[in-house]
Design a protein. Structure first.
Length: 292
């Protein structure tokens, strides 16, 4: 069964470089898939753009903007296993959205320390909101979404150190909101109120390698939206070709506050550390941006 990433609102497909027009592949169960070349997909997207306002084909589905485009293109699967294909993604989102999308998961270094479960949780964690109920009375939480342009209410932020080639996590006790005084006093007892030592980090090259495997070249489509009564309509008006992941775009996004690092851990489980992005800034992660 196809998994729909409704919160990110994008679809994936493969393109065949040798063919010049869309063609149909018959699957073993008798269903068919339309396969596009880069050139034929561009032409099809132009046609869809020229159609103007299009009724949401999936009302009630938060991913309807991507699902409707998928239906218009005749894409039955969001990841087509075509041999010898050049991989591209088709990403679609509502215009002017500032919601966050997950770029990738990546734990900080030094990896051997397992920093989140062994340092952040026991030394900087706070009582989980369901401690004593769903979880044990000693259950701790470390859930923080932090950026590089300001500190969180618990004093954490990420800092881009270009001289060392690292993105570092920093703690400043003086920036902690007064409402967290009890927690801060507990941190003072557990570990002290100085800077993190060692500071967890992500190396630039590690980030480049990780992001390079996740952020493929893509066709990026933004849709205007409007409502008429209970019906929603999309106009797929902005189409970009994005090529070549740009590490400087990611680093600048951290510094400017539209790329975030999201920690989500409790004593019993680390849900993973995520790099997240404001969706409207997605094209800035690429070296080459071509408007169709």
């Amino acid at each position: 069964m196809r998994k729909r990433l409704a919160t990110q609102q994008y679809q994936q497909l493969h393109l065949i470089g040798e063919e010049q027009v869309p063609y149909v592949v018959t699957q073993s169960r008798g269903s068919s898939l339309k396969v596009y070349t880069k050139e034929s997909l561009i032409e099809e997207l132009k046609k869809i753009r020229d159609m103007g306002w299009i009724l949401n084909a999936r009302p009630g589905n938060s991913g309807g903007v991507g699902n409707t485009l998928e239906d218009l293109l005749g894409i039955e699967e969001n990841n087509l296993p075509i041999p010898n294909a050049t991989e591209w993604e088709l990403k679609c989102q509502r215009a002017n959205t500032t919601s966050l999308m997950t770029l990738f998961h990546m734990e900080p270094s030094p990896r051997a320390l397992r920093f989140v479960p062994r340092v952040f949780l026991p030394l900087y964690g706070w009582p989980h909101q369901e401690a004593g109920g769903r979880y044990g009375t000693e259950e701790l939480s470390f859930r923080q979404t932090i950026s590089g342009n300001q500190r969180s209410d618990r004093g954490f932020m990420v800092m881009v150190d270009r001289s060392q080639g690292k993105v570092l996590v920093s703690f400043d006790a003086s920036a902690v909101d007064p409402r967290h005084k009890e927690w801060l006093d507990s941190v003072a007892e557990r570990v002290g109120l100085g800077e993190l030592d060692p500071q967890p980090y992500w190396g630039f090259e590690d980030l480049r390698n990780k992001a390079g495997t996740k952020l493929l070249n893509c066709f990026y489509v933004q849709a205007e939206t409007k409502r008429e009564g209970r019906q929603e309509f999309f106009r797929y008006s902005n189409i970009l070709i994005l090529q070549g992941f740009n590490i400087n775009g990611l680093l600048s996004g951290i510094e400017q506050g539209y790329v975030y690092v999201d920690f989500d851990a409790r004593s019993g489980h680390n849900h993973g550390t995520k790099f997240r992005l404001r969706q409207d800034q997605f094209p800035l992660l690429y070296s080459h941006r071509t408007e169709i």
